[in-house]
Every structure is written in structure tokens, then in C-alpha cells.
Design a binder for this molecule. Structure first.
Ligand SMILES: C[S@@+](CC[C@H](N)C(=O)[O-])C[C@H]1O[C@@H](n2cnc3c(N)ncnc32)[C@H](O)[C@@H]1O
Length: 331
């Protein structure tokens, strides 16, 4: 497991798995974004240099790759992220969808390792708002070529994604504060002893712990009985239950370590969900970002609401603009 003291540990843990998206487990939502991004990339000239800020496992970069295949020469696509990303290692079929992307792990968007005027387009999907925004905007404008375009999708404070994060965060906190992990470890050890020693006392202890674990599960199920968002709970409960079924295949030390790892993953998940809620912006904040872009001499700055396919609910904001071709074009 990654080092918890690393900056953005929670994101490194998340991206060290086969996940392309961080914010869109529901297909309909990602489908509603893809056409907008593809249109943005389609309007770029063949051979354009593209930068994805806070790329994660390349959810946005993959859209640039899809358009790049129709361009001759193709785009040159870069993705930076402060977390320890390695999509080629973790994402299924990365060689098909992401092999054309140059990923820059452990790279802060506030201090980009690129020359001024390098990119024809810079995109960011739910990422720039996690950084020190004024520094990142300044950096983006520095590395953007004259005539280059910016497009950022930002979390909204009153959006559907923040609400989902809030629910999942509270569920994670409830489970972490419960007896689930300590009592599962006790049960694993007791079952192991009962099998080895086979004494009435060891069997009795194991049986009593089976009932206690069942009770913890029942209490948690009761607490979450009305939860609309169940993916975190269901995945976690399945993982812990599977662990008990793996007893015949692994040594007790391995099993208790697996239980600790599941807890650590939940802790990372909870930290990530908290940072997603903090990153969400309200109207005042996004208006300030638009104003900062204007001050950085970006033209045609526009701010629009991004909505989902589901009931037109808010998903965030689109913020975009263009760097003037010449000094004369600057307003
Ligand atoms: C919500 S995720 C979005 C990832 C990806 N764009 C997507 O749509 O799936 C936010 C990402 O921003 C990254 N991030 C946060 N602060 C950053 C910074 N200062 N510089 C670079 N990346 C950062 C995180 O590591 C994380 O991968």
C-alpha cells in the first residue's frame, strides 16, 4: 500500500486500480460529457499539443486520443497529476486507449515542467479546483500558445456529484467508526484457532464471534437501509464477507493483513471523498476564476452550467477561453 504521508496519498491509492473515472460511476453522466470534450478536441488542428491538468487515469485524455486517431498527424497529448499515477500499469486496455498519452506523475499543475507557449489546448476535468487555483490558472495561461484554448469542467457546490460524495463520505465514516474491522480480525483469528485446536472453548469463542460479526453487519445494514447511494457500502461488505470465505486458501497473517488493507482503502476513499466535497465551487468562486482569466488576458471567457442526462441536474460548470493570437488582440 502506498505511503500515507505522501501528498495526495488518497488519489495515488485510487488510481492504482483499474478505474478510468473518479467522479462518474454512472455511465449516463460520462456519456453526457464525452461529446462536449470531443467537440473541443475536434476543433483543434492536426498535430496539436494538448495538456490535461489533473489527469488521474486519463478519463479526459482518452477523449483526446479518440479524436486524435482521425487527425494526421495525430495530437501530442500530455497528462499531469500530483498523485503517483501509472495508467499503463493499472488501466485495462491502456495500450489501446492511452498509449498515445505521455503521463507526468507527481507533477503539480501550479508548477508545470513545460516551456511557455507549448500547448494548443489545455483541458481539466474536475481537477483544477483541487489545486491552488490562482497559481494553476497562471501556469495554464503561461504554457498555452497564442491562439490556444482552455476548457475546464469544475465541481459545483450544489451539484449531483458533491451530493453523492457527501453520502458516501458519511457511510465511510460510519463504517470506520464501527466495530466491523476489529471484530472481523478477532473472528478470523478465532476461526483459525478453532480449526487448529478444535477444543470446545475455541469453538465456542469462534461461534460467539460469528454472532457478533453478524450483529455488526445487521446494525450497519439497518443504518444504511434508506441509502440511495449504495456502491461504496455494497463493495465494502462484499470484500469483508469474501475475506471470511478465503480462510482455507490463506495463512491467518495474510488474512488479517488483507482486513487491515481493506480498512486502509476505506480510509483513503473517505479522504478522497472529503477532498472532492471541499473542491466544489459556488457561483462566486467560479465567477472569480472567470475574472482571473480575463486579467490574465484570456479572451472570450465563458462560464456555463454543465448538466447531467438525469433530470437535468447540475453537474458543474464549464469555464473556457482563448489566449489572444497577438498583443493587438488583447483586451
Ligand atoms: C477528481 S480527480 C479528476 C481526475 C480526472 N481528471 C478525471 O476526470 O477522472 C482530481 C485529480 O486532481 C489531482 N490533483 C489535485 N491537486 C493537484 C495539483 N495541485 N496538481 C496536479 N494534480 C492535482 C488529483 O491527484 C486527482 O487525480
Amino acid at each position: 500500500m502506498d505511503n500515507q504521508n505522501d501528498s495526495l496519498w488518497e488519489w495515488s491509492v485510487f488510481w492504482h486500480s483499474n478505474q478510468l473515472h473518479s467522479c462518474m460511476p454512472v455511465n449516463e453522466e460520462s456519456d453526457s460529457l464525452a461529446p462536449t470534450w470531443r467537440k473541443f478536441f475536434s476543433n483543434l488542428p492536426a498535430g496539436a499539443n494538448i495538456l490535461d491538468l489533473g489527469t488521474g487515469n486519463g478519463s479526459l485524455a482518452v477523449q483526446a486520443v479518440a479524436v486524435s486517431h482521425k487527425k494526421h498527424p495525430p495530437f501530442s497529448i500530455h497528462g499531469v497529476d500530483l498523485a503517483d499515477i501509472a495508467p499503463a500499469k493499472y488501466v485495462a486496455n491502456a495500450e489501446k486507449h492511452l498509449s498515445d498519452v505521455i503521463f507526468h506523475p507527481r507533477t503539480a499543475m501550479e508548477k508545470l515542467p513545460f516551456e511557455a507557449n507549448t500547448f494548443d489546448a489545455i483541458g481539466s476535468q474536475f481537477a483544477i479546483e483541487y489545486s491552488t487555483i490562482n497559481k494553476s490558472l497562471r501556469e495554464a495561461c503561461r504554457v498555452l500558445k497564442p491562439g490556444g484554448r482552455l476548457r475546464f469542467l469544475l465541481h459545483a457546490n450544489d451539484g449531483i456529484l458533491k451530493e453523492r460524495c457527501r453520502q458516501q463520505y458519511e457511510q465511510a465514516q460510519t463504517i470506520l467508526a464501527s466495530e466491523l474491522f476489529p471484530i472481523t480480525t478477532k473472528l478470523l483469528i478465532a476461526l483459525n484457532e478453532a480449526e487448529i485446536l478444535n477444543t470446545p472453548q475455541a469453538v465456542k469463542t469462534a461461534e460467539s464471534l460469528i454472532l457478533s460479526v453478524k450483529q455488526v453487519f445487521d446494525e450497519l445494514e439497518q443504518l444504511f437501509s434508506k441509502a440511495e447511494e449504495r456502491s461504496l457500502i455494497d463493495n465494502l461488505f462484499t470484500a469483508v464477507r469474501n475475506l471470511l470465505g478465503l480462510r482455507k486458501s490463506y495463512e491467518i497473517q495474510v488474512l488479517t493483513k488483507m482486513n487491515e488493507d481493506i480498512k486502509l482503502l476505506l480510509l483513503a476513499q473517505s479522504k478522497r471523498l472529503q477532498s472532492m466535497q471541499k473542491a466544489a465551487l459556488d457561483d462566486t468562486k467560479v465567477t472569480e476564476m472567470a475574472e482571473q482569466l480575463r486579467q490574465l488576458k484570456i479572451n472570450n471567457v465563458s462560464l456555463e452550467l454543465a448538466t447531467t442526462n438525469i433530470g437535468n441536474r447540475s453537474m458543474g460548470y464549464w469555464l473556457s477561453g482563448e489566449k489572444p493570437q497577438t498583443v493587438a488582440e488583447e483586451r
